[in-house]
Design a protein around this ligand. Structure first.
Ligand code: AMP
Length: 216
């Protein structure tokens, strides 16, 4: 039976970092919608041009195109054992779509770890986050630095600061999260699959608590 995990939490709380680790440790595929959009932007596809218009303002990409992209991605063979979804769903409409697409393949959302941290921590983390150009590996100059400044430990590619991690856009992204994504917390709590985890701890401790939540 395939396993589907949704990582919920504000931008900058560590979803991407933890999703990478979880995927590696569990053998599930890591599907990050932000990363998929950034790939499209890099490849200058039609979807990339559209997504970039919203992303650089800190707004959400429209539900219909986001849902279609995720549906296509999770049907690929590398997702057969299941998926760690990072950054999706982000709206109630997307949460409904996640339920229906999993329902269609006889699966369901198994667990929703909700990673939390105070706003100051999130803002600080976003402003010191550096991302790898090749495949989106995440570093933080203050808390999780690369071995060599400006270079990804995993694939040697250049590290850059995301356009939307700059101070002006960060505040907007947090507001969009509060307005549009935070209702999902109550939704998954009601379903009974939400596990709250403090994200303002050492990376290893957060991973440990995530793995414990999966065992339950
Ligand atoms: P992330 O890498 O998860 O921080 O996402 C970066 C940006 O991509 C977001 O601020 C949105 O503009 C866009 N994005 C990522 N995931 C979604 C989603 N599920 N729905 C709409 N927009 C998204």
């Amino acid at each position: 039976m395939a396993t589907y995990i949704i990582l919920l939490g504000p931008p900058g709380v560590g979803k991407g970092t933890q999703a990478e680790i979880l995927a590696e440790q569990t053998g599930l595929a890591h599907v990050s919608t932000g990363e998929l959009f950034r790939e499209h932007i890099k490849n200058k596809t039609e979807l990339g041009i559209l997504a970039n218009y919203f992303m650089h303002k800190g707004e959400l990409v429209p539900d219909d195109v986001t849902i279609a992209m995720v549906k296509d991605r999770i049907m690929r063979p590398d997702c057969e054992a299941g998926v760690v979804l990072d950054g999706f769903p982000r709206t109630p409409v997307q949460a409904d779509a996640a339920n229906s697409m999993l329902n269609e393949i006889g699966a369901k959302v198994d667990v929703v770890p909700y990673i939390t941290a105070p706003k100051e921590v999130i803002v600080e983390r976003l402003s010191s986050r550096w991302t790898c150009r090749e495949s989106g590996h995440i570093f933080n100059v203050a808390f999780n630095p690369p071995l060599k400044v400006g270079v990804c430990d995993f694939d040697g590619s250049e590290l850059y600061q995301r356009d939307d991690d700059k101070a002006e856009t960060v505040q907007k992204r947090i507001q969009v999260y509060l307005d549009r994504t935070s209702p999902l917390i109550e939704y998954y709590r009601t379903v009974g699959i939400l596990h709250e985890i403090r994200g303002d701890q050492e990376i290893e401790q957060v991973t440990k608590e995530l793995l414990d939540a999966l065992k339950k």
